[in-house]
Design a protein around this ligand. Structure first.
Ligand SMILES: CC(C)(COP(=O)(O)OP(=O)(O)OC[C@H]1O[C@@H](n2cnc3c(N)ncnc32)[C@H](O)[C@@H]1OP(=O)(O)O)[C@@H](O)C(=O)NCCC(=O)NCCS
Length: 201
């Protein structure tokens, strides 16, 4: 297995990996109807708008079996997404009916997120301006490769002048939280549905 730059032509595969790891690290195919909305939220804009910090773990035939992607400056990245990423996506996903909020499906909750993306907490951005995501398929886990691809991503951010990084984690993803802790990240904030870990670079 090797670490290499992510390619825009493999976006469909990276969206698939996102779906296969979206249920607190497990396959979420039974929860979401497809990978499109998930990938549009958590993969697409990073690979397309921040290619310098998008890495893939490639296995046989050079096929991606995991990724680690990041945005160097979250504030600028969010502004860019508001301008050139979300408007197109919002045209593809219908806004769920507000009055049915209590019974929204998981797909409808994703559609809402596409129409109203949740920004990273502003108060974190001075110390930890960058943000990242990592998702590896089960066959790639437990081999030290998560650490390696995170280091490649961190090195790329450092080389472009970033001094800190945060990641937004599902509070019940204990495996991921332990992994981040092993890599020197600390919990810096707990908000509704999110635990945020961060590290100085
Ligand atoms: C979380 C994830 C990225 C970890 O990657 P990995 O390749 O399995 O981790 P590594 O083998 O590189 O482990 C790196 C270090 O973290 C530690 N670690 C990893 N998972 C751990 C766990 N569940 N509990 C305790 N420590 C853990 C390892 O012991 C290792 O420590 P060391 O380097 O000091 O010996 C991977 O399991 C994954 O993609 N999970 C599914 C998707 C996901 O949940 N992503 C995070 C979303 S926020």
């Amino acid at each position: 297995m090797k670490i290499r730059a992510a390619r825009r032509e493999e976006l469909v595969r990276l969206y698939e990996i996102c779906l296969l790891t979206a249920d607190v690290g497990d396959d979420a195919s039974a929860i979401f109807s497809d990978s499109k909305a998930l990938g549009d939220i958590w993969v697409g804009p990073y690979v397309l708008l921040e290619p310098d910090h998008a890495f893939v773990l490639a296995g046989e035939n050079d096929e991606a079996i995991g990724y680690c992607i990041a945005a160097r400056d979250t504030k600028t990245f969010q502004e860019k997404c508001d301008l050139i990423w979300w408007p197109g996506r919002q045209g593809e996903f219908e806004h769920p009916v507000e009055s049915h909020r209590a019974s929204w499906s998981r797909d409808e909750k994703l559609a809402y997120e596409i129409h109203h993306p949740t920004p990273s907490p502003t108060e974190l951005l001075d110390l930890y301006p960058s943000q990242a995501h990592i998702n590896l398929l089960p066959a790639a886990r437990g081999l030290g490769l998560g650490r390696k691809i995170m280091e490649a991503m961190e090195d790329s951010l450092r080389a472009k002048g970033s001094h800190g990084l945060h990641l937004r984690v599902n509070p019940v993803n204990y495996n991921a939280l332990d992994f981040y802790q092993a890599l020197g990240y600390a919990i810096v904030m707990k908000i509704e549905h999110e635990t945020i870990v961060a590290k100085a670079l």
